[in-house]
Design a protein around this ligand. Structure first.
Ligand code: 4AZ
Length: 320
């Protein structure tokens, strides 16, 4: 078993035994325990600062803190984007839609009054490979609207206007958020939502991410990001969550937390699913997310009928 799979096994434990991971987090949150290692050197944030962030929770566990297994992002009232590795496994049955729910608009896991939204369908990418973690992306089709409210439940934009070949460029600042482990060395799961500023490390054309062996980091489908100075990073439990980049005032989803060797290791940056590479797949599964959705042929014909700024019928009349 490679180091890589050992680390991912750690993540699967969080997914498959959320009660155990939640208990571990609770124990380390007791007074007297070290409390300075926030989401690997991130900070507590309010959900209104990252209102696209949601938690994927286990339907069978009523306590949100114990139930949280992965992060995800709101794309619209009915669609959530997350990581396939949260649901698709090489060595155990895949998670069914009925097994999970979405928790939106929440900062602190376990606070009273939160309500969950059921999931109608888990659509994992057909090329997701549990042995390499390549194509680690999944859409969740909600059974009911998530209830967008403009403050704590808001969609994040998909990068339809960015170019896969050049965006995001190396050194682009990005924000990663989630309820994942706050320690690289022990189990310290927070109840409060955390976020960290990291930098995109590689332009889309670069083939090397940190010291990962050649071939493990696949630049076409993955993105490499970290903050090396103090060591900010995503960690187990943040999987599926957003790596967000602000583009001219619009927060845009650049990456999905996917994998890494450990957390905040300067040699091994966080690896994210490269969202620009999956826009066609997203459009094919969720056509209403396509910015051109609803443009019907009649409208296009009408537009085409304007020639040299004059309606075709007028030119026709004029040349009679
Ligand atoms: C995980 O196992 C995981 N440091 C997520 C992110 C990172 C490492 C592991 C990145 O879910």
């Amino acid at each position: 078993m490679s180091l890589n799979s050992v680390i991912k096994w750690g993540c699967f434990l969080v997914v498959s035994i959320p009660i155990a991971s939640g208990l571990a987090g609770f124990v380390s949150a007791q007074p007297g325990n070290k409390d300075d290692d926030r989401i690997i050197n991130g900070q507590e944030v309010s959900i209104s600062q990252v209102p696209w962030q949601v938690a994927v929770v286990s339907s069978s566990e009523p306590n949100d803190f114990y139930a949280q297994s992965c992060g995800a992002s709101i794309l619209s009232e009915n669609w959530i984007l997350t990581a396939a590795h949260c649901f698709v496994f090489a060595d155990q049955p895949n998670t069914a839609a009925a097994d999970i729910e979405i928790l939106a608009g929440v900062t602190t896991l376990g606070e009273s009054g939160s309500s969950r939204t059921s999931v109608q369908q888990i659509i994992a990418h057909p090329s997701y490979d549990p042995s390499t973690t390549n194509n680690d992306i999944a859409l969740l089709k909600l059974a009911a609207p998530v209830g967008l409210n403009g403050t704590s439940k808001k969609p994040i934009a998909l990068p339809f206007e960015q170019l896969t070949a050049t965006w995001p460029a190396a050194n682009t600042p990005a924000t990663v958020s989630g309820w994942g482990n706050t320690s690289a060395t022990e189990s310290a799961y927070p109840q409060a939502l955390m976020a960290a500023e990291v930098d995109v490390l590689t332009s889309p054309s670069e083939t090397q991410c940190g010291s990962y062996p050649t071939g493990e980091y696949v630049p076409d489908t993955m993105l490499c990001a970290a903050e090396m100075t103090v060591g900010k990073d995503a960690c187990q439990g943040d999987s599926g969550g957003p790596l967000a980049v602000e583009v001219a005032g619009t927060w845009t989803l650049a990456g999905i937390v996917s994998w890494g060797y450990g957390c905040a290791d300067p040699q091994y940056p966080g690896v994210y699913t490269r969202v620009t590479s999956f826009l066609d797949w997203i459009k094919s599964e969720a056509p209403e997310l396509d910015p051109d959705y609803g443009d019907n042929e009649e409208e296009e014909e009408e537009e085409e009928e304007v020639t040299n700024g004059l309606p075709v019928w007028l030119l026709y009349e004029a040349t009679k």
